[in-house]
Structure formats: structure tokens, C-alpha cells
Design a protein around this ligand. Sequence first.
Ligand SMILES: Nc1ncnc2c1ncn2[C@@H]1O[C@H](COP(=O)(O)OP(=O)(O)OP(=O)(O)O)[C@@H](O)[C@H]1O
Ligand SMILES: [Mg+2]
Length: 229
Amino acid sequence: MNTAYNSLLDPDSLRQGAEAKLYDCVYLGKPAILKERFSKKYRHEELDKRLNFARLRAEIRGINKAQQVGVKAPAIYFVDTNRHILIMERVEGPTAKDWIESQRQRAEEEFKVQAKFGEVLGGEIAKIHLSGLIHGDLTTSNMIVKNGDPGNLHLIDFGLANSGKVIAEDKGVDLYVLERAIQATHINCEHIVDAILNGYKSVNAKQGEAVMARLIAIRLRGRKRDMVG
Ligand SMILES: Nc1ncnc2c1ncn2[C@@H]1O[C@H](COP(=O)(O)OP(=O)(O)OP(=O)(O)O)[C@@H](O)[C@H]1O
Ligand SMILES: [Mg+2]
């Protein structure tokens, strides 16, 4: 880490992702996260810089756009485009991944809470989609259940987000990625997927119908691919 940032950081809090290092820090007295996209030595230097810059830009635009349509995402505190560093609000609480797993260990009566979570999540995704934003990496690690309250869900990690000319197919793929991520990460969570799709459809029926039709087609393609190998 560049020395200019060292005094801000808690070095023990390092989390290393596939593309970025994340540290807890305090920014102007507020709990924050510093996310630094690092260079990959196997990538050509110029290409590497361009990719890191593009992801940082996508992340900032994605967060801004989500917030504009009332979807919760961490506030951006500081950006360093040269070093591909983003300092943002630290959202306290488990990732949706950890939250779902902690819920799963409880009794059946928790189904209601899980369904509520799914509906909220589906609604948030529908809102960003309506605004023409695709998240691009919807997994349960890329959302935080703030203070463990499923009604207070925050979306994070917009580095692969895109907006602009977005069609129903793109929205279907966004949902398909999430559906597959949940199936791969969490056992017996079909009811959460159902709740997500219900929440999604409830925001806008027209978008809901168009995207569900795409999703069915995408699932079929996926299944064929699995069979052919
Ligand atoms: N604003 C935040 N508040 C609290 N925790 C966060 C925040 N941002 C990230 N995290 C935590 O750090 C983890 C990794 O962050 P993130 O998903 O942004 O990085 P990544 O997956 O390595 O990124 P990328 O895909 O852009 O390379 C998250 O799953 C979450 O646990
Ligand atoms: Mg992530």
C-alpha cells in the first residue's frame, strides 16, 4: 500500500479479493473501507491500468446510479484514479452469504424472514434494472445485510456494472448469475430464489414479464451447455 494511505488503515483488517485489496479505515472520523485494485503482473501493464481504471469507474457510476433510484449502496468518500483506490462508507453487518447461512441453521419459522430478504433483494435489483443499470456480479458476497436487518440491504462491488443500452437479456443474465450463485453457495434455498423473482416482478410488471421470459431461455441454454459439457 502506498505510504500516503498507511496512516488511515488498519493493516490487520486486510481482505484480499480477486482484483482488490480491502482494508478497514477511518475517513474524516467515519468507519470506512479502502478498496485498492492492484496490478496483475501477468497482464500487460497498459492493459492492466486500463482495466483497473474501467472497473473503478464502473464501480463509482454504479454506486451513484443505484443511490439515485433509492437503492442502498455505500457512500463514496474519496477516489484516487491514479492508484485505483476508492474509500467508501463501511456498511456494518454480515454479507448476505453469511446472513443466509446463519438463518439456515435456525428453524423453519425463519422462512418468513428469508422470504422477506428475497423480496427486498428482488425489488432492489428490479429498481436498478429499471434505471438501465446492470450490476454484473450479483452474488451473496456482494451485498450486505446492514445490522442484520434484511429490510436494510446494501448492494456493493459494482466493478463489473454497466449502464447505457441495456436489454432484457442483460437483466436476465444478471438474475441468472444470482440464481446460480445462490444454488452453488446455499443448500435448500429455492424459496429465497422464488422470493427474489416475486420481489423483482412486483416493482414493474412489464419489465418483470420480459425479463422472466429471458431468464427461462437463459436457464435452458445453461442446461444444454451442462449436458454437452
Ligand atoms: N462498503 C463496505 N462495507 C463493508 N464491507 C465491505 C464493503 N465493501 C466491501 N466489503 C467487504 O469486502 C468484501 C470484498 O469486497 P468487494 O466485493 O467489493 O471486492 P472484490 O470481490 O474483491 O472486488 P472486485 O470483484 O471488484 O475485484 C465484501 O464481500 C465485503 O465482505
Ligand atoms: Mg465481491
